[in-house]
Design a protein around this ligand. Sequence first.
Ligand SMILES: [Zn+2]
Ligand SMILES: [Zn+2]
Length: 153
Amino acid sequence: MLLKISIVVIAFIFMEFVAWFTHKYIMHGILWCWHKDHHNPQLRKGFFERNDRFFLIFAIPSFLCYLIGSLAEGYQAVLFIGIGISLYGLAYFLVHDVFIHSRFSRIKRINSRYTDAILRAHGAHHAKQTKEDCESFGMLIVNRKYFNSRRKI
Ligand SMILES: [Zn+2]
Ligand SMILES: [Zn+2]
């Protein structure tokens, strides 16, 4: 049981690095054409963003993990990697789309140093609408400087 929980936790933490890497080198790289409307509201038509396509893409690896983990004999551990990936997807969705960008409802400010730092860090990411020169590509792991800054959120 402990092993299974550890696999889920490790997969979850690993996904923060995958998300950071993908955001920095793919979304601000070759697939900027899908991500740029997330940086520039004027490019959006309606509720959905082109950027939302990444949710579908990120669902594929966890789907494959569920499939392999439940069907292939001896690969049950893969199922727990899949669970870790989808839990991260859920956390990303709740933090990024529901909390930071208030896409579904206006959540009242949660007053904690950590959530304020998340807002500052992602606010700094959105400060530019360009592919280059952006900072703060991660989500849950926040650079120390955003904890102490007095920047308005
Ligand atoms: Zn970005
Ligand atoms: Zn954003």
